[in-house]
Write a protein that binds this ligand. Structure first.
Ligand code: UDP
Ligand code: MG
Length: 339
């Protein structure tokens, strides 16, 4: 076993030699993945046979209700390179990823789904690019043919809008699957927010990045855990975490409408003076009242989205709770940052 220097917080750029004898952590969140965890572990083994770096796998059981936990426990008991963090309930993928990244010990950390939609074959390319000097290597989907047309369309709208209104840019075709150098990981760990839109947080941290394109396969087994409603809330988390444009747009909208209303008021005054009092107007009045009633409700609703998230932030509850850690050497006392 190679001894790995304990990373210091916000360390300086590592030398190329440090990347030669490296420990790579693979972080995989699992929620009801009983059908895929063993396939995943085997696939990683196949791909990494004879690799010139050490590897540890950190599985995070995100409150699974099937036998994922038992399967992961068996894996951890059988293999020295597997560690399992069992969360006390389902906290969601972003929180599970946070837990995994917080507890990873590698010189570089790879986050990936356990359903083999993030092909393990890319790991060697990731490490190669990392050794070339890149701090972040992400997988860029060449196509999304395995997604439904509706998911492709909504994802594309989301990324376009997100990149327009937020201060950071996230590549349209990148998911979470990526390798991050230890320096990057330490900075990600230092971000204190409760609302974990990980893709945004990874991008916010910056550093020298490169994408490797791949075509996204189907899920190896099981079903997606994200329905439309979850994705919608995920998108709201993304917007509210990285942009205040939805809040500020109402100032401009209101100003424009006030200006137009003033002009219209002038028109009415002149019409009344020239042509006399004109009583009909029920339909237009009703339309205007309904329109502004709804616009106000939408703007209050958007305020509410931000206030709810502010509330969650000020409560400062932990992002996740770990029930048990199985396998691996004992935890370093300062390992978790976010619990
Ligand atoms: N996942 C999780 N917690 C959740 C939902 C999902 O840890 O609450 C994990 C899941 O086990 C998988 C990854 O997140 O490893 C991606 O989930 P999924 O494949 O369902 O998403 P999709 O690929 O359909 O976007
Ligand atoms: Mg998947």
């Amino acid at each position: 076993m190679i001894e790995h220097a304990k990373p210091t917080k916000m360390a300086a750029a590592p030398s190329a030699a440090a990347r030669e004898h490296a420990l790579i952590s693979i972080v995989a969140p699992c929620f009801n993945e009983s059908e895929t965890v063993d396939l995943f572990a085997d696939a990683i083994d196949n791909v990494l046979e004879g690799a010139d770096f050490d590897c540890e796998i950190v599985f995070v059981d995100d409150g699974s209700r099937d036998d994922t936990r038992e399967r992961l426990t068996r894996l951890a008991e059988r293999r020295e390179d597997v560690r399992v963090l069992i969360l006390s309930r389902n906290f969601g993928k972003e929180a599970a990823l946070t837990a995994g990244v917080d507890h990873a010990r590698g010189d570089a950390v790879i986050v990936m789904d356990v359903d083999l939609q993030d092909p393990p074959e890319l790991i060697r390319d990731f490490v190669r690019k990392w050794r070339d000097g890149f701090d972040v290597v992400y997988a860029a989907r060449e196509d999304r043919q395995t997604d439904t047309a509706a998911k492709r369309a909504t994802a594309s709208w989301f990324y376009r809008l997100f990149n327009k209104i937020s201060d950071i840019k996230i590549p349209e075709n990148a998911g979470d699957y990526r390798l991050m150098d230890r320096r990057v990981v330490e900075h990600v760990k230092s971000l204190p927010e409760r609302s974990r839109f990980m893709k945004g947080l990874f991008a916010w941290v910056g550093f020298r990045s490169i994408g490797i394109s791949y075509s996204r396969p189907e899920r190896a087994a099981g079903e997606t855990k994200f329905n439309f409603w979850k994705l919608w809330n995920f998108a709201l988390d993304g917007f509210t975490s990285f942009s205040t444009a939805p809040l500020r747009v109402w100032t401009y909208f209101g100003s424009i409408v006030a200006f137009v209303s003033a002009l219209y008021a002038l028109v009415i005054v002149f019409q009344t003076l020239i042509f006399g009092v004109d009583v009909p107007g029920y339909a237009s009045l009703l339309v205007v009242i309904l329109f502004f009633g709804s616009v106000q409700m939408i703007s209050v609703g958007i305020l509410g989205e931000y206030i709810a998230r502010l509330f969650a932030e000020v409560k400062r509850r932990p992002i996740y709770i770990i029930d048990k850690v199985i396998g691996g050497p004992p935890e370093a006392p300062d390992a978790p940052v976010n619990t």
